[in-house]
Design a binder for this molecule. Structure first.
Ligand code: ADP
Ligand code: MG
Length: 946
């Protein structure tokens, strides 16, 4: 198996070598597929370069020698062709089979000279072989020429076995039989019950090769587009069940009978060929069969389920994604055994016969194509199932074509419909001939000569196999000849065609098997493992069945494992070893399982505990949730309240701010008002000052006027007084002479005296007052009321002989100018008292501070602060004030009018009766005058009376 795989790889590497040279051969297994793909791409471009390679035309000679494989021909044909020119090419393998003569006495025109050469003799030659001028026999050389007595096995082994190998390797092959009717085409291709033809033998070999490696039915499913898809094990099983149901119901199209039920089929399948060794054991295989008939240039599906309708439907030929031609909608039947395949074939044959009967056709005039399709895909790493990837599928097919008889219509003496059929048959064979001829010519063309268009589409059969001629694969042809002399001409034609055909080159197929990097031999390992398991099961260890397939275990038995053949004693030995391992494993598993059971119990217990805890926690959680819910509701209510309060706070805040704003406004207004008020007051003050100054001016004016008037009045009064004095003198004279009523003399004389003393000088008022309570207050006015100055005790004190005075006065005192001066005997005056000795050194015991001030009315007030100087024990002295004398000098003009009550009172007290309301001195003078007048008049009248 490994050898086969190696061979494959070698081939691929060879191809790569051709395309890329040595350096690329270092490629690893894994990327060889990718590399080949790349090589193919390069191949396309290289194809253009190799157009110039010339092929020499081989001259036709009677001795036909098959051409050796040549270099790629040039292709300048406009028709779309796959780039195969650089691939290794093989010529069409042409075999020749001569059937035995029907009867012993028949003449033969063919003579097989050796295994590759056949000679064709005309009747003349046969009858007159020694005649001069007679045509020489024509020899044809083919790949192999089978003797008339060659059996089917020989033919199969030489012709078809390599094609089956191709099939298994994943390459496409085409085999067709060509020859006139009755030449043994069908015999060769199909054979009969006793002499099985190529087809059953191919099937037999194929199934024997893949028998143990077949996939289960329906794992691969046709996708109706010439491809396949992979179904999962489950889907495949479902499909199988459905099929089985249909089979039981009798509705199945292919109710495969049990093996050996049909003796004919059984006999065909009975020979046991040696299985091929090219199989990839790690792949899974499935065989599908299609069977179509081409009749009158129409394609019929012989396996189609026609149902009630008996006639077959025409099919069309299409090209799939891989440029493979296929009959669209053709029935592909999956077969698992040779018997099934043959049964399908027989069914197709029946259909064919039936169709021919309906169409009044003859089977020899139709081409039948029996396709064996092999689908393979790699198994997974355990070698158990197919890898579920449709891209890993490789499909190969072996097309077995039994062509219609190649005889000309004239020979068959057909008329009418038959003629047309024959025409059609010949037409399609003619097209095949033309195509191959053109193909050969194109392949032999010189560089720049335009290639001919190959008319594949002119006939269904050529259209169907276009991809072989135009693409890649292996094409083989068996030329069947009936050597009887009557068929000489036909045979000649056949030989010519066959000879021409083997000059056509077909590109060798290079299957693209994906390398998934899986271990080779895994499938076999899987099988061994299963055998060992089965054995153990049979030995009474049922646990073996539960073991999972372990491919690695099988590999561990030895590195040379994959090379063993399944039936070899080494394999047996390995199986035994494997069984031992498995037994050990089972034992270990038992122990482990017991251990696991204990652990499981423990775990279960743990789980139960956990579950209980969980339940408890759940109930707790539920109650907590309820509490939580309540709390949440409560908190929600509280939050609500808070919100309400907050909103009310907001409202209040708003109100407060509003009020504050109002207060601010009011404060502002108030300050404005205050400001206005202050301004008004200031204005008032100003006005008051103004008014006062005006008033002062006015009063000054008035005073002056009044003084003037007073002076005038006084002058007048003095005049009048003089007169009155005169009168009074007269009166006194009278009185002295006469007894007149006495008057308070002292008073009047004093008044008079005072008046005289005052004279015309301005009167002044000197008042000396004492603050001491013991001293009496004496006001001295130059008025008639005060005649003598009051006695002052202080004067007495100042006169004491022992007093020594220290007068403290201003440097420039205002002269008092009064008659009353303070009497300070033995005094010393100082202006500054800075030294203590001033006070003590002089020996003064009395101290007098003289201060002079002007008051608001402009009068000067002189104050004498008197005190005793008392020596202190420290050698200093202190003054203790005990008396203040105040002397106020008043200007007679400026002195303000005196208040009436005091004057009134004084007057009243002086005169002892009510006084007139006038407040001026003038009034009192007038009063005195009037009263004097009254006295004088009284005295005069008294005197007159007398
Ligand atoms: P074709 O299909 O070419 O028309 P058949 O295969 O039907 O011819 O052959 C016609 C007859 O010849 C059949 O009865 C067949 O058994 C017989 N025959 C053909 N070739 C051989 C052969 N090589 N050996 C024995 N019998 C043969
Ligand atoms: Mg036939």
């Amino acid at each position: 198996m490994k050898l086969a795989a190696n061979a494959n790889r070698k081939e691929e590497e060879e191809q790569a070598w051709r395309l890329y040279g040595r350096k690329h051969l270092k490629l690893t297994n894994q990327n060889s597929v990718g590399f080949l793909k790349e090589a193919k791409k390069q191949d396309c471009s290289r194809n253009k370069i190799t157009k110039n390679i010339k092929m020499k035309a081989v001259p036709r000679t009677p001795m036909r020698v098959p051409k050796t494989p040549r270099a790629a021909p040039a292709h300048t044909h406009p028709e779309k062709r796959r780039d195969v020119s650089n691939k290794q090419q093989d010529p069409v393998n042409v075999f020749c089979r001569v059937r035995p003569l029907q009867s012993e006495g028949d003449l033969t025109c063919m003579r097989v000279k050796n295994t590759t050469t056949i000679a064709l003799n005309s009747q003349d030659q046969l009858l007159h072989p020694k005649q001069n001028g007679a045509q020489r026999e024509i020899q044809y050389i083919f790949k192999h020429v089978f003797q008339p007595d060659s059996n089917q096995q020989e033919v199969f082994a030489a012709v078809a076995q390599p094609l089956v190998e191709n099939l298994v390797r994943g390459r496409n092959s085409l085999l067709f039989t060509y020859g006139v009717t009755g030449s043994g085409k069908t015999y060769t291709m199909t054979g009969n019950a006793r002499h099985r033809g190529i087809m059953p033998r191919c099937l037999d070999l194929l199934f024997r090769t893949i028998s143990d490696y077949q996939a289960k039915k329906f794992v691969f499913k046709p996708d109706r587009l010439n491809g396949f898809e992979i179904l999962s094990e489950e889907d495949a099983l479902l499909e199988r069940q459905q099929e089985m149901n249909q089979r039981f119901a009798g509705a199945g199209r292919f109710g495969f009978r049990r093996k050996d039920s049909d003796p004919e089929i059984a006999s065909q399948a009975s020979v046991e060929p040696t299985p091929l060794s090219v199989l990839d054991e790690d792949n899974m295989y499935s065989v599908f069969i299609t069977y179509v008939e081409m009749y009158n240039n129409s394609v019929y599906d012989l396996l189609e389920d026609t149902g009630v309708q008996k006639s077959l439907q025409c099919k069309i030929i299409r090209e799939d994604a891989n440029h493979q031609m296929f009959v669209h909608g053709v029935t592909e039947v999956e077969v698992k055994t040779v018997e099934e395949a043959l049964e399908v074939f027989q069914m197709g044959q029946k259909r064919k016969r039936m169709g021919n009967t309906i169409l009044n056709a003859e089977s020899s005039r139709s081409h039948s194509v029996f396709n064996i399709r092999l689908v393979q895909a790699p198994t997974d790493c355990q070698g158990e199932h197919v890898v579920q990837d449709k891209h890993t599928i490789t499909v190969s097919q072996l097309s077995l074509v039994d062509l219609a008889g190649s005889e000309r219509s004239s020979r068959t003496k057909n008329t009418g419909v038959r003629l047309r059929e024959a025409g059609n048959i010949n037409n399609s064979l003619m097209t095949l001939r033309t195509c191959l001829e053109y193909l050969r010519e194109n392949q032999q063309l010189a560089g720049n000569v335009a290639a001919k268009k190959i008319p594949y589409r002119d006939s269904k059969i050529t259209h169907m196999f276009k991809n072989y001629f135009d693409g890649e694969g292996q094409v083989s042809m068996i030329v069947c000849v009936n050597p009887r002399i009557e068929d000489y001409d036909e045979n000649m034609q056949v030989m010519k065609f066959a000879e021409m055909t083997q000059e056509v080159q077909i590109a060798r197929a290079t299957p693209m098997k994906p390398d998934l990097g899986l271990t080779p031999g895994r499938r076999k390992a899987n099988k061994l493992f299963k055998i060992a398991v089965n054995n153990l099961n049979e030995l009474g260890i049922p646990e073996a069945k539960q073991l999972e397939v372990d491919v690695g275990l099988v590999y561990s038995l030895g590195p040379d494992f994959p090379n063993y053949h399944m039936d070899s004693p080494e394999t047996e030995c390995k199986i035994q070893e494997l069984m031992q391992y498995l037994e050990q494993r089972i034992e270990k598993r038992r122990k482990l399982r017991a251990n696991m059971d204990i652990k499981c119990d423990n775990f279960r217990q743990l789980l139960m505990n956990l579950d209980r805890d969980n339940l408890q926690l759940r109930t707790e959680l539920a109650s907590l949730k309820a509490v939580y819910k309540q709390e949440r509701e409560r908190s929600a209510a509280l939050e609500n309240k808070v919100r309400i309060h907050e909103s009310s706070i907001d409202v209040l805040n708003n109100t407060v701010s509003k009020r504050e704003r109002q207060i601010q406004e009011l404060t502002q207004k108030l300050s404005e008002q205050d400001y206005l008020l202050t301004q008004k007051e200031q204005e008032k003050e100003k006005q008051k000052k103004k008014f006062n100054s005006k008033l002062a001016v006015e009063s000054d004016k008035n005073k002056r006027e009044f003084d003037m008037k007073l002076r005038e009045q006084r002058a007048k009064m003095q005049e009048r007084m003089r007169i009155k004095d005169e009168k009074l003198r007269l009166v006194s004279n009278i009185l002295q002479s006469e007894d007149v009523p006495s008057l308070p003399r002292s008073q009047s004389s004093e008044n008079l005296l005072n008046d005289k003393e005052r004279g015309g000088g301005g009167g002044f008022t000197a008042r000396t007052e004492s603050s001491a309570p013991a001293t009496t207050r004496t006001d001295i006015y130059c008025t008639p009321r005060h005649g003598l100055a009051a006695a002052n005790n202080r004067h007495r004190r100042s006169r004491s002989a022992g007093d020594k005075w220290l007068e403290h006065r201003a440097a420039n005192p205002v002269p008092l100018g009064t008659i009353m001066q303070p009497y300070l005997k033995n005094r010393k005056s100082v202006t500054k008292l800075t030294d203590m000795k001033e006070l003590t050194g002089h020996g003064a015991n009395k101290y007098c501070l003289v201060s002079q001030e002007a008051d608001t009315d402009g009068d000067v007030e002189t104050k004498l602060y008197k005190g005793n100087v008392i020596p202190t024990c420290g050698g200093g002295a202190q003054v203790v004030f005990d008396d203040v004398e105040c002397l106020k000098q008043k200007s007679p003009v400026h002195s303000p009018p005196r208040k009436r009550p005091s004057n009134g009172n004084l007057s009243a007290s002086a005169f002892g009766g009510p006084l007139p309301t006038s407040t001026t001195g003038l009034t009192s003078v007038q009063d005195v005058a009037s009263r004097c007048n009254l006295g004088i008049e009284g005295h005069s009248s008294k005197k007159s009376k007398m």
